[in-house]
Write a protein that binds this ligand. Structure first.
Ligand SMILES: Nc1ncnc2c1ncn2[C@@H]1O[C@H](COP(=O)(O)OP(=O)(O)OP(=O)(O)O)[C@@H](O)[C@H]1O
Ligand SMILES: [Mg+2]
Length: 349
């Protein structure tokens, strides 16, 4: 017959709002709160006397583990019907009258998408502060490099390298400031931009450090194309699309990219096609979701940021998945402002 205190403990466990499970010193279930039923599908009568591990998919959750639990653990539970349930499990040791017992608290873990949304909200909150913190050291670096350029004197090669370093530091500062504006939801700083020149500059940037250089087939529409755009943001989009193309062909011996600009009706289009494997149908829906990346070092932000920038410019990004020996084609479409020569266009650097 259970000790009076144990009976009280069992009653409390059963009534509790949290899903609580009591285990004896051997890790066998002695009480199973009613809040566990909706989570795992078992009833108390079915589980009493079973090992705690019955409730989990794979991990060994034996008496030894219960003794040394040490804080909440994320474990995959097993519903009575066999489906996995993401759980957070904490275990407390209770020295009851009848000996040592363990009380486990089971909580559902947020689904991946919720956790993902939380991470995203955190990054969005950090963005402006991070951009602010990075902007100052980048400005300082650019100023020091400018001073160094003046001190180098007759060494032309050294001066050229320091000049390039300064140019890149200034550019990084520009990007950080653009990112800050992006996070703050301010409209882009638009001006008339030569679309092809911007694409070419961004292409140079995307190819920095790529050795051997990939085979790039570039074709342009005759005559200049002008768009009203924020040149730094536009370059960001081009760099993202070209880098994705380069990543897609990284494993190939005959890697090739086709980069085409043309105009159709009142729009300009940049298409980046690659000779890679294309994109699986199942992956198409998630390409623009932030933080979804198939790459080891990828953030999964390139397409999400690019689409937001395109839409803020009144444009769009579309993807043809390719496959069956054809690579993907990613296209950026923006409203045409008119032939470039009719505008005072600003180069993007
Ligand atoms: N040209 C392409 N060919 C095949 N897959 C692609 C291509 N472009 C994008 N993808 C897929 O879309 C995913 C998302 O791309 P996205 O640019 O948003 O992020 P990423 O490249 O993984 O990381 P990063 O933030 O560094 O850009 C990639 O991880 C890749 O799986
Ligand atoms: Mg990318």
């Amino acid at each position: 017959m259970p000790h009076a205190n144990d009976a009280l403990l069992s009653k409390v466990i059963d009534m509790a709002g949290d899903a609580l499970v009591v285990l004896d010193g051997q890790g066998l279930i002695t009480a199973f709160g009613r809040a566990c039923a909706p989570l795992l599908g078992w009833t108390a009568a079915e589980t009493l006397g079973l090992p705690f591990a019955t409730l989990f998919a794979s991990q060994s959750v034996d008496a030894g583990a219960l003794k040394t639990w040490g804080g909440a653990r994320e474990i995959v539970g097993r519903h009575r019907d066999g489906t996995p349930v993401a759980l957070r499990v904490d275990v407390a040791t209770v020295e009851a009258a009848s000996g040592r017992q363990f009380v486990a608290v089971l909580q559902p873990r947020p689904a991946a998408d919720e956790a993902h949304a939380e991470r995203l909200a955190l990054v969005a909150a950090m963005g402006p502060a991070l951009a602010h913190e990075l902007s100052q050291p980048l400005t300082a670096a650019a100023l020091y490099l400018r001073a160094a350029e003046g001190l180098i004197g007759g060494d032309d090669r050294a001066a050229a390298f320091v000049g390039k370093a300064r140019h890149e530091a200034e550019r990084a500062g520009k990007i950080i400031r653009a990112l800050r504006r992006f996070a703050e939801n301010r409209p882009p700083e638009t001006t008339a931009v030569d679309f092809d020149a911007t694409v070419d500059e961004a292409l140079d940037l995307a190819l920095v450090g790529r050795s051997p250089p990939p085979d790039i087939r570039r074709s342009r529409a005759p005559g200049g194309l002008a768009v009203i755009a924020d040149p730094v943001q536009l370059q960001q989009v081009v760099v993202n699309l070209v880098r994705n193309g380069l990543d897609a062909v990284a494993e190939q011996s005959t890697a090739r990219l086709w980069i085409t600009t043309d105009c159709e009706g009142g729009t300009v289009r940049l298409s980046v096609r690659d000779s890679g494997p294309g994109i699986a149908e199942a992956d198409m829906a998630r390409l623009f979701a932030p933080f979804r990346s198939a790459k080891a070092g990828g953030l999964g932000l390139g397409l999400a940021i690019s689409r937001t920038i395109a839409e803020r410019h009144g444009g769009s990004i579309s993807i043809e998945p390719g496959g069956d020996g054809r690579g993907a084609t990613v296209s950026l479409v923006l409203p045409l402002a008119g032939p470039a020569e009719h505008h005072v266009v600003q180069r993007s650097s």
